[in-house]
Every structure is written in C-alpha cells, then in structure tokens.
Design a protein around this ligand. Structure first.
Ligand code: FCB
Length: 464
C-alpha cells in the first residue's frame, strides 16, 4: 500500500474558538456574552464550568502560536469575540489590539489567519434586545463586522462569518442546551433566517473592506441516513435534511429557502420574517465553504407506538431542536463512540464531501473542524498516549483523501482542537485537544496525536 499524499498546496491547520480558550472574561473592556450568562446559570453546564479562565489563551497567545509553528501548520482558525471588540456597539481598542497582535503573530510565523466572526458568543446586551430571533441583531452584526474587518482587513487570509449557525439557532433557541437556553420553536426558525441574513451582510463587508481575503462560512452539515428503505424513513431523512442542511445551503448558496422546509414548518411559522431581497443578500458569493464533520445521524419515522428515541448527539432536552419534525426518531448507532457519545464513521466524511461535490461543484471546500474527545490519561512519564484520537484522525484524514481522489475540491483540513478547552455545556470534562491543558497550572503538553499530526503535516502524507 502506498502512503496517502495530499495536493501540494493543501492547507493543514488547527482550530479553536474565543470563548472556549481565551478566559480573561472581564478584562480590558470585554462585555458579557450569552455564554457567560448561560455558564454562570446553575445547572446549565457540567460541574458548573464557565469560560472565565478557560485555557488562559488571552495571556498565553504567544506561546500558543509557537505551538502552531512547531506543529508546522500553514493556518490557524480562531474566532473573534464580538463582546471583546465591539461592546455596546462601539470599538473597544484594547480588544481589537489583542486580535491585531494575534494576527501579526501568525503572519510573523508564516501561518495564515483564518478568522471566524461569530463562534456563538453573542453580546448579552443584544440577547436582551431579542437575540437572533430579531432582525436588528443581524444589522448589529453587520456593524461589528464592518469595524473589525476594517481594522484587520486582508491581513486575515480567510474571513469566516459564522461557525455552525445550526447550533446557534436550534440549540440556542429550540432545545435550549446552548446559550441563551430558550425553547421557542418559532424563534429558532427566525434565528435561522437572521443568521443567514447576517452572513450576507457581513460577507458584503468582507468583500468591500478586505478585497484580497477569502470569504467563507462554516456549516455543521449532517450526514443523515434512514433506518430502513421505507418511504416513511426516506421522508424523515428529507425533512431532517431540510432543517439541518438545506435551511443554510439553500439561502447561502442557491439564494432561496427550500420550499419543502417552509411547508414542513408552516404550522410553526409563516416565515414572514424573510423580507424581499434577504435571500439575495444571504447568497453573497463564497470563496470557500467550511465543513465541520464528526459523526453521522440515523433517523426513522416514528411508528406511533415504539418508545421515542432522541439520540441525535446534540444533548438531552425536553424540547427538540428539530422544529416541526416531532415525529422523527433519532436512533442510537453502533460504536465505537467518542467520549461525546458520537459514533465514529469516517465514511460519513467522504459521503458529505461527495454530496457537496455533486451539488455545488464550483465551491471549494475546507474541513474546518474534525476531531474527537476521549478520556485522556497522563502516563507516568507525563505523556498522553491518545492512540484512539490518532486512529480517529488518521481514518478521517484518509476519508478526506478518498473524497479528493473522487473529485471533491477540498483545500484544507483543520483539526479540532489545538488545545483542550471549554466544551460548551460539557465544560472541561470533554477534551478535544491534540495538546493537553492542565487547568490547574495551564501547562501545555503535546499528546501523541500532536506528534502524529506534525509528521502528517511535514510529509503532506499520512504517516505510517
Ligand atoms: C463543534 C463546535 C466546536 C466544538 C466542537 C466539538 O460543534 O463548533 O466549538 O465544540 O463541536
């Protein structure tokens, strides 16, 4: 067997997000976000964990950039904290300086900055004014984007408007397992639309103020499989695909919401929050589509009598994030599973990339997140022998290679995550890093997966 190699200009990177790593929650003029409020609300996160300190990246960023350089990475995907740089709808110079230094630090090390404008940390003040279910939030996002894109411009290689708007809308406003923790089905669909609209507004800002930068958005597209070949299960797949995937791909890439999505959810909302011209705004041309992939989804139409099953991998709630699809069951899937309970299935990665190749052949793709949480142990010698993570990464990187061989235009791969970090409602209990963080001392230790990834990147080929 010959080793799998990647195209010469393939971009290898690592990803993080502001609230998950930065800490310094009330330093230098940062205002609270919905995740500060949510994590400080008793019962919302495992062990009551918050992002107050996290991996203390706000103070240790230079060391963290050195790790990226030692890994040999070509790019770093991070997110900008809206409440740090634009609290109260005004520039906070100290916050902007932090990201300016970070970007310059990356460029000095020859690493391309891939900056996400929104990785879930809405300023609390805009949630208090209604949050993503109200249109004004999209307009405010446009103002924030204009300010920070104006400041950093095309020193940033790739501007990503949103990370996984699916989670912001449906977990934040539908099932409530993410901030702000609301459980209002119609509001969740309004949030979908205002996130799509905000993407379009910010995308235009990027085009204008950073004309040499690339524009992207990152989606957590679901790979949805039916439990049987019945027509009812095929229809369950169609409906979940509409909510999970086409609610975003439609407006962002085709300039229109799919008709079946509007029909399926008609009893929840009439979608009158979609104004004339919004879908055109949302469909700002993209240079690259970011794809996050971890796992697959198995659905069936509920038969009306069997016990219900909600194993969709998105956390337990009495309220479903699947608006208007209350009669679809999400079935547990065979293992192995990661510590998140997510089934490990690299074929889903290939399947997803081939779908995008077929449906959007002109849109270049980038894997902006892929990785795994496991209960890592520190060995007596101080090392972390995370062979299950190495195996997960190897098989998924290989699955990307298979998709490239079959014609998918994949330009890069970012491992989630550079560091162990605050895994949202799971707090610090779930570790995704290729670098371990000791939260008592903030010492960073390369796991075996980091050493393995460095070899992959150095050879631009899967190591033996
Ligand atoms: C994704 C998020 C990221 C991280 C991983 C495990 O949904 O974008 O912040 O939590 O899952």
């Amino acid at each position: 067997m010959t080793a799998r190699t990647f195209p010469p200009d393939f971009l290898w990177g690592a990803a993080t997000a502001a609230y998950q790593i930065e800490g310094a929650a009330d330093e230098d003029g940062r205002a609270p976000s919905i995740w500060d409020t949510y994590s400080h609300t008793p019962g919302r996160t495992l062990n009551g964990d918050t992002g107050d300190v996290a991996a203390d990246h706000y103070h240790r960023w230079a060391e963290d950039l050195d790790h990226l350089a030692e890994l040999g990475l070509g790019a770093y995907r991070f997110s900008i904290s809206w409440p740090r740089v634009f609290p109260g709808g005004k520039r906070n110079p100290a916050g902007v300086d932090f990201y300016s230094r970070l970007v310059d630090g990356l460029l000095e090390r020859g690493i391309r900055p891939v900056a996400t404008l929104y990785h879930w940390d809405l300023p609390q003040e805009w949630e208090d004014a209604g949050g993503w279910p109200v249109r004004d939030t999209a307009l405010r996002f446009g103002d924030y984007a204009a300010d920070i894109v104006g400041a950093l411009g095309d020193r940033v290689d790739t501007w990503t408007t949103f990370n996984e708007p699916w989670c912001s809308a449906y977990l934040g406003y539908g099932s409530g397992v993410h901030a702000p923790g609301r459980t209002e089905p119609a509001a969740a669909l309004a949030a979908v639309h205002h996130l799509n609209l905000a993407h379009g507004l910010a995308g235009r800002v990027v085009r204008e103020l950073a004309p040499r930068a690339r524009l992207s958005v990152t989606l957590n597209l679901h790979v949805i499989r039916p439990a049987s070949d019945s027509a009812a299960d095929a229809d369950a797949v169609r409906r979940i695909d509409a909510l999970a995937n086409r609610a975003f791909l439609g407006p962002l890439l085709d300039g229109a919401y799919p008709a079946d999505l509007l029909a399926d959810t008609a009893r929840v909302t009439d979608w009158s929050f979609v104004h004339d011209g919004d879908e055109r705004t949302a469909a700002v041309p993209l240079d690259v589509l970011g794809v996050n992939y971890y796992s697959t989804t198995l659905v069936r139409a509920w038969d009306g009598v069997s016990p219900r099953s909600d194993a969709d991998g998105h956390g337990r709630s009495a309220h479903s994030p699947w608006i208007g699809a209350g009669d679809v069951d999400f079935l547990p899937q065979p293992g192995p599973h990661t510590a998140m309970g997510w089934n490990i299935d690299p074929t889903g990665m290939t399947e997803l990339l081939l779908r995008l190749r077929d449906e959007y052949p002109r849109v270049p793709l980038m894997i902006t997140e892929n990785g795994a949480a496991f209960a890592d142990e520190v060995a007596p010698d101080g090392a972390v022998h995370d062979e299950r993570r190495v195996d997960y990464l190897r098989r998924h990187v290989d699955a990307v290679g298979v998709a490239i061989d079959r014609g998918a235009d994949v330009r890069g791969y970012f491992v989630w995550s550079l560091l162990d970090n605050f895994e949202w409602a799971w707090g610090y209990d779930r570790r995704f890093g290729i670098i371990r963080v000791d939260y008592d001392t903030q010492v960073r230790t390369w796991k075996d997966s980091a050493h393995w990834y460095r070899r992959l990147v150095a050879g631009n080929a899967l190591p033996d």
